[in-house]
Design a protein around this ligand. Sequence first.
Ligand code: GLV
Length: 318
Amino acid sequence: MAILLNNNGYDNTTWQHELSLQLPSMPIYSYPILGQETDIDAVNYALVWDHPKGDLRRYKNLRAIFSLGAGMEHLLSDENLPDVPLVPLLDPIVAEDMANYALFWVMNCHRQYDNYRNQQSNEIWQALEIKPSSEFKVTVLGLGRIGQKLTETIQGSGYQVSAWDFKQKMLTQDFIQNIKMYAGISELYRSIEGADVVINCLPSNDKTRCLINADFLTQMSAESTIVNVSRGAVIDEQDLLDALNHKVIKSAVLDVFSIEPLPSKHELWQHPKVTITPHISGATYARSGVSVIVKNIKRMESGEIPEGVFDRNRGFKS
Ligand code: GLV
């Protein structure tokens, strides 16, 4: 039994170290596998990010593929992906970080801190009018685990939260009682009506590509802000720029982009109504990430199915 590890583009060493602490008896092959002694048929579990397409087919005894992030598009774009369970990394610590990131921007919009910063540079002492947080409306798009955590956190801070997803979710947590839920394309625009902030948590797939386009942005209020924490491809960036330039919406906070890193000289970089962060709303932590994955490997080793398996047919987590 062995693990294949490839955190392509990031640091393999910390992950390897954590794995060796948490699964001391398991050989770990860090990709690309070197050395005569490597037995690729021993690989049962692949822990990968942006792994070379077609390579996973080589491991005949693979039992599961664990993504080293929440996103799955790096795996789903591999046409030769073996038919084994795919498991996104659903680390509660990362979801919490993302929720705090989103809450920070909701508060920033609500309390108008940017305006105070501008006032300060002109030595203006002037309280700005705001509505109570219970009247400040936030819509979260996407009710996967990350969307749920954001919704709970923002609602827990007293904001009026609505949530939308493609299908009605059977959620039982207490905070759901206080959320207005919308489901299906026919309810999408109703879910953002009057929202002060709309936060995108939808994954990137055929159904969501450019879902936030000119039509969508026209349904938002002229004083509203869009925040994107999931994938850049969900927003049509040219339509967003047009909407900002024509005052269709007020501003955008973007952590993700259709091309990353955002290319130099891209119009979004210098846009006065756009705040850019470099895909940091939820950093991945090796220690907690490994403990989530190891728990699942242990489940599989004792004959159970892993938690949070991705449903390939629906393109969403089951
Ligand atoms: C980051 O974007 C991830 O998919 O974990």
